[in-house]
Structures are given as C-alpha cells and as structure tokens.
Ligand binder design. Structure first.
Ligand SMILES: [Zn+2]
Ligand SMILES: [Zn+2]
Length: 279
C-alpha cells in the first residue's frame, strides 16, 4: 500500500467510482495525495476537488490524453492543468469527437459501397460501451452484407480495405503542448510496455516533463529502467494504480501500487501557486 496514487479514473470517463467516491475511497485508505486522470476529459476534477476540500487529502487535478504514435495509441498524463482551460477543452472535445466522427464516416463509406448499415443500430449493438468497428461488423452481418464479423473486416473494415477510415490523432508533441498551455505538466503514461529505452526516450523528447515510472502494469525491471531514464533526463517521476474502480476492467484498488513519498513531494513542489490556495 502507498499513500500516493496519482492515476485514478472516475465515472467522468470509464471508471466506476464517482469523483466523490474516489476521494472517499482515498480518504478511507488514508492516502495523502490523489490524482484524478480521466481519459480525454477533466469532467471529474471539480467534483473531486470539492469532495477533498477541508480534508487531509491533497487532490491533484489531472487528465490522460489519448495520443497517436506511429501505429498505436499511447497516453499522456497532464498534472495541475486548469480543468476549465478553453484551449485544453477544445483539444479534449476533438479527442472525444474523433471516434464518433470516424464511425459516421465509416458508415457513409459503407453506404457508398452498397453495404448500408444503420448507425442507430450500430449504437444499439454497442450498448453502454463506446462504438467501434466490431459493432459495425456485427451490423454488417445482421444486415446480410457478410456472413461473419471476420468477413466484415476482411472485406470492408480492416486497414487498407475500402470501408477503412483512419482515426484523427493527436501527436505526442501536440499533447505536451496542450497540457503546457493549460498550465500543466505533461507526463508520459505507463511507458513500460513500449519496450526499448530508445523508443521511450524518443517519446519523452516530444516535450514531456515527466515519466510515470510506478504503475500497476510495470514490473521491477521496468520501474528501474524508467527511474534511470528520468534521472538521466532530469525528468519528474510519477506513479499510480490506473484504477478504474470496482466492477471495471481494471478493478485494482486505489493506493495499491507502492509509490515512494519523494515522488509525491517532488510533484507537489511543481504545483502552480494557485493550487495550494485552492486546496
Ligand atoms: Zn493509460
Ligand atoms: Zn489511465
């Protein structure tokens, strides 16, 4: 157990704790510092700040941006961002909208290709989850255009097929800039799985001020590598569970990743002057 958890999701994105619930859980576990970092939204920050006001818990406002790097997605954390910053909100809106827009474009493309599906039906198939290509594939099967979901990808939806539409992505440098502009500190999230030191350092060079070394997915060797990269580059170190709350796909408990106290102290030293006054 640790007294610091800088990476927690709430119902503002895909977590199952409400922002107030996450703060209560952190208080119950006697945490000293809690960071709220929802995917592509700051919608939970104000409520969490309110819930933490007057308590012993230091609430760090944060966000976790989805960023495109080459073929895959990486995440960039932003700490101490102004959650209401207009420029950041613009970027977040675009990130949240990119997925919806992409689905609309795929469906339009399919119509042109003579394999129409109804977007409303696609949304129904997805249920509570966010809509994506697998749901469009199911709709294609339902509508009788293909015999199986695999065929839907093979004929239409896979990369390079006529119904494929790429997603608009934010670059690592764009993410770092948006976070900077909103007064925040950009931190490369859970880079352990990115593999080589060189790749990680390349991404950090896109304007990151810190690296998330402690994370529920990182083993000891990865933590060691990231700490040494941070030291060499003079970067801030952060850490957290990436808890998405109970009954989620990441039901790891808040505070259950061992984050050393110096990590929290050094981050709080970088807090903007307005932050201390607000808490
Ligand atoms: Zn992430
Ligand atoms: Zn996360």
């Amino acid at each position: 157990m640790s007294s610091i958890d800088l990476h927690v999701h709430t119902t503002a994105s895909d977590g199952t704790y409400t922002p107030t619930g996450a703060v209560r859980e952190a208080l119950g576990k006697k945490l000293a510092i809690l960071g709220i970092a929802d995917h592509d939204t700051t919608g939970g920050v104000r409520e969490a700040e309110e819930a933490a006001r007057g308590t012993a818990l230091a609430l760090v406002p944060g966000v976790e941006l989805s960023v495109g790097a080459e073929e895959y997605e990486i995440h960039v954390l932003g700490y101490f961002i102004d959650p209401d910053h207009a420029g950041l909100q613009d970027v977040l809106l675009r990130l949240r909208g990119a997925r919806d827009l992409r689905n609309e474009r795929i469906v339009a493309r399919l119509r042109e290709l003579g394999a129409p599906v109804d977007l409303g039906r696609v949304r129904e198939i997805a249920g509570d989850g966010s809509v994506g290509r697998p749901h469009i594939a199911k709709a294609l099967v339902e509508a009788g255009h293909v015999a199986s979901q695999g065929k839907a990808f093979g004929r239409f939806l896979a990369r390079g097929k006529p119904g494929y539409v790429g997603r608009e992505r934010l670059s690592p440098a764009g993410a770092a800039e948006a976070i900077h502009d909103a007064g925040g500190i950009p931190v490369l999230a859970h880079p352990g799985k990115l593999g080589s030191r060189r790749r990680i350092e390349e991404l950090l060079a896109a304007g990151m001020a810190g690296v998330e070394a402690f994370h529920s997915d990182h083993d000891e060797a990865q933590v060691g590598l990231l700490l040494s990269i941070a030291e060499e580059g003079g970067l801030l170190v952060t850490g957290g569970t990436d808890s998405h709350g109970p009954d989620s796909d990441r039901p790891i408990e808040i505070g259950s990743v061992d984050v050393p106290e110096w990590v929290g102290q050094r981050l709080l030293e970088k807090a903007p002057s307005g932050w201390a006054a607000a808490s």
